[in-house]
Design a protein around this ligand. Structure first.
Ligand code: NAD
Length: 266
């Protein structure tokens, strides 16, 4: 425990279970002194999130479905009662797309309806949350979202999620520019493939996982603690000069151009 987050109050959005990236980040932030509030989507997940929050000394567990604007507003109103209308940081670890469209050729499977839904939930929700969070960050703050390298390079089956992540990353840069004068920083972590509920929705996820392990410079996939450590940096004052960044936590996979010849030839 370093006390790096002591006195800071933040909202963690997107914990589904103890494999969630949001959970890994929350765990690390709590270890370094942060006071946390959590949101969950739907009653079934609420039953899972409440005991996890309790493990991190939090009884602030609020429903929030980002597809429904009234739900987002109700979440912030409820949060104000607990945090006196202030907020230091937000972790947006939310993503969704129809699983049936995370399989096959993008050109064949993508529908207008799911394209819009994926964009609303996985991309625009971050902007809507930033609009509300910024009003509460009177002494500055830090906003963090989660992205994936399929935003800039084609990953088989990632399809419309890759398009949404590209837009999410662009949003990070626009939000960082707009909110910078108020000392509110906006960044994204680009995590390597991880075994989570959302991760399992992508066809051949296991293949991607093993490919990363074989070819990334560190020869391994990333852990919840790896992502938690990078989030701690971006949410604490350690990174007070950093905004608008897409920071890779992927064992270095993003720098590789060609798979290892020794593995390919084996
Ligand atoms: P996860 O399934 O544990 O978390 C996804 C969360 O999104 C869930 O808690 C779910 O309830 C929430 N969500 C979905 N629709 C919602 C809605 N309408 N309103 C509110 N919440 C909603 O999976 P995860 O892998 O921890 O995903 C967290 C983030 O990390 C996502 O943005 C994902 O794209 C990103 N990411 C994941 C990986 C990976 O390999 N797992 C890699 C890079 C980035």
């Amino acid at each position: 425990m370093t006390g790096l987050m002591a006195g800071k109050r933040g909202l963690i959005m997107g914990v589904a279970n103890d494999h969630s990236i949001g959970w890994g980040i929350a765990r690390t932030l709590h270890k370094h002194g942060a006071q946390l509030a959590f949101t969950y989507q739907g009653d079934a997940l609420g039953k899972r999130v409440a005991p996890l929050a309790a493990r991190l000394d939090s009884d602030i567990v609020l429903p929030c479905d980002v597809e429904n604007l009234a739900s987002v507003d109700a979440t912030f109103a409820a949060l104000d009662e607990r945090f006196d209308g202030t907020l230091d940081f937000v972790v947006h670890a939310i993503g969704f797309s129809d699983k049936a469209q995370l399989k096959g050729r993008y050109v064949d499977v993508t529908t207008r309806e799911n394209f819009s839904r994926t964009m609303t939930i996985s991309c625009f929700s971050f902007t809507e949350i930033a609009q509300r969070a910024a009003k509460r960050m009177r002494a500055g703050g830090s906003l963090l979202t989660l992205t994936y390298g399929g935003s800039t390079r084609v990953m088989p089956n990632y399809n419309v999620m890759g398009v949404a992540k590209a837009a999410l990353e662009a949003s990070v840069r626009y939000l960082a520019t707009d909110l910078g004068p108020d000392n509110i920083r906006v960044n994204a972590l680009s995590a390597g493939p991880m075994r989570t509920l959302a991760g399992a929705g992508i066809a051949d996820a296991r293949l991607m996982f093993n490919h990363q392990k074989a070819h990334a410079p560190l020869r391994r996939t990333v852990t919840l603690d790896d992502v938690g450590g990078s989030a701690l940096y971006l949410l604490s004052d350690l990174s007070c000069g950093v905004t608008g960044e897409i920071h890779f936590v992927d064992s270095g996979y993003n720098i590789i151009s060609m798979p290892r010849p020794d593995v390919l030839q084996a």
